[in-house]
Design a protein around this ligand. Structure first.
Ligand SMILES: [Fe+2]
Ligand SMILES: [Fe+2]
Length: 203
């Protein structure tokens, strides 16, 4: 199989793995952009109705902006470019942020919890895949995952026993986020999840 040099360590990775690494960077960049749009819309609505949510939302928005820039910087060395469906991430993220914020504080935190939990699961799969293939990207994702986990904990700490509407909302948002990630990686996200399960002896 054709080999390519990994940008981080000079290790050789197969052409297929190089393609997967490029897709990981692309989907993460798009996801961070989507998160920027979610938090921006929530900040807009919170400015009208829920100003007490603003400090934490602004803090998380600043994190997402930094993450987005980190993945953008990682692109050229990995032959990756911004996602072709970036417009969906942008519009979808903004609408999601806007309408969940209109539902109130609990809508905001249910949205954050759903998105961050889904993202966290995918980052785990990616870390497992990247381990011996791209150490530099692995390190970037590891540090970002810590901050995403903090976002998840912030949201969960503010969710009071969610009712059926919020539970359904969380499930829908998780499924849509999963679907977008799958589409943006051309199914590689499933392959990585399978590899992780196989490694844990679950499959
Ligand atoms: Fe992020
Ligand atoms: Fe986040």
């Amino acid at each position: 199989m054709a080999q390519r040099e990994s940008p981080s360590r000079g290790t050789q990775v197969s052409r297929r793995d190089a393609k997967t690494i490029a897709r990981i960077v692309r989907v993460n960049h798009a996801g961070e952009f989507g998160a920027i749009r979610i938090y921006s819309a929530q900040i807009l609505v919170s400015g009208w109705f829920w100003p007490d949510c603003l400090p934490l939302l602004a803090e998380m928005l600043a994190d997402e902006r930094r993450h987005c820039a980190q993945f953008r910087d990682a692109m050229p060395a990995r032959n990756s470019r911004p996602c072709r469906v970036m417009r969906f991430w942008s519009l979808g993220g903004w609408l999601l942020g806007f309408f969940t914020a209109l539902l109130g504080r609990q809508g905001i935190w249910a949205c954050t919890a759903a998105v961050e939990a889904t993202v966290h699961r995918h980052l785990d799969d990616q870390l497992h895949f990247l381990g011996d293939r791209d150490a530099a990207l692995h390190a970037v994702i590891l540090s970002i995952r810590e901050e995403e986990l903090a976002h998840l904990h912030h949201a969960e700490a503010r969710l009071h026993a969610p009712g059926m509407v919020l539970r359904s909302l969380r499930r829908i948002i998780s499924a849509v986020t999963d679907g977008l990630i799958w589409l943006s990686t051309w199914g590689d996200s499933s392959r990585m999840a399978d590899a992780l399960l196989a490694d844990r002896g679950i499959r």
